[in-house]
Design a protein around this ligand. Structure first.
Ligand code: GLU
Length: 225
C-alpha cells in the first residue's frame, strides 16, 4: 500500500499535497513525487526516498499551482528509483499517479510501443498515462480519456490524473484500491484515505469500485460503472 493525494482549489495547494503525503507515510513507500499544473503546463518532481527527500528537492526546484497530484510509491513493477517514481507523464501533457497493479501491462506496453510510444520507466503504471494521452489525441476530454483508458486495463488501481490543457481539473478512478473524495468550500480533493484531508475538510464521499470522478475547484462529478 502507498498513497495518493490530489487537489483543485483557488489557492496554492503544494503544501497541502506535501503535508498529505506525510499523512499517508504510515502506509509504507519507497519514493515520492508531485505534479502541478502551472500556467498551462505541468511541473513535476519525483525522487526515490522519503517525503523529506522530496521536500529537499522542492526547496531547490520548487513547484506550485492551484491544482495537482502527489504520490508515495511502493514498487511492484520496476525497482525503487527516481525514474520509476510517480507521477508518470506522457509528452509533458498528461501526468498520472497510481496505487495498485496493472496485470495486462506487458500486452498494453507492446501495443503502445508498436504505435510509436516511448516508455521511460519499468512500471506497469506507465501504460495508463500513455493510454490517456492517446485517447486525448483522438479528441477526448480528460474525463472521457480516463474512462476509455481504464476500460483497457485489468488489475487494481486508484489513479489521479491531470493534463496541461484542462486547467483546474483532476480526474480520479478506482477499482480494488481505495480512494476518497474530500469536499471543501470551493475546493475539492482526492486521497487514498481521509487522513491527509482532515486539515482541509470534514466532508467525504467514499468512492466505490468502478467509480470515475472529476473535480475542479467548484464542482465534482462521480460516475459509477
Ligand atoms: N505498480 C505501480 C508501481 O510499481 C504502483 C505501485 C504503488 O501502488 O505504489 O509503480
Amino acid at each position: 500500500m502507498c498513497g495518493i493525494v490530489a487537489a483543485s482549489a483557488h489557492r496554492d495547494v503544494t503544501d497541502i499535497l506535501i503535508a498529505g503525503l506525510r499523512a499517508v507515510e504510515y502506509r509504507g513507500y519507497d519514493s515520492a513525487g508531485i505534479a502541478m499544473q502551472f500556467n498551462g503546463s505541468l511541473q513535476r518532481q519525483r525522487i526515490q526516498g522519503k517525503v523529506s527527500v522530496l521536500e529537499n528537492l522542492l526547496a531547490s526546484h520548487p513547484v506550485s499551482g492551484h491544482c495537482g497530484i502527489a504520490h508515495t510509491r511502493w514498487a511492484t513493477h520496476g525497482v525503487p528509483s527516481d525514474r520509476n517514481a510517480h507521477p508518470m507523464v506522457s509528452g509533458e501533457r498528461v501526468a498520472l499517479v497510481h496505487n495498485g497493479i496493472i496485470e495486462n501491462h506487458q500486452e498494453l506496453r507492446d501495443e503502445l510501443r508498436a504505435a510509436g510510444c516511448e516508455f521511460t520507466s519499468e512500471t506497469d503504471t506507465e501504460v495508463m498515462v500513455h493510454l490517456v494521452s492517446a485517447f486525448m489525441d483522438q479528441g477526448a476530454d480528460l474525463f472521457t480519456a480516463v474512462k476509455s483508458a481504464i476500460s483497457r486495463v485489468q488489475g487494481a488501481y486508484a489513479i489521479a490524473v491531470v493534463c496541461a490543457r484542462e486547467p483546474g481539473v483532476v480526474v480520479g478512478a478506482r477499482k480494488g484500491s481505495p480512494m476518497v473524495l474530500g469536499v471543501g468550500f470551493n475546493e475539492h480533493f482526492l486521497a487514498s484515505d481521509i487522513h491527509p484531508l482532515l486539515p482541509v475538510t470534514n466532508r467525504f464521499i467514499f468512492l466505490e469500485d468502478g467509480d470515475v470522478v472529476r473535480i475542479d475547484a467548484e464542482t465534482y462529478r462521480v460516475e459509477d460503472a
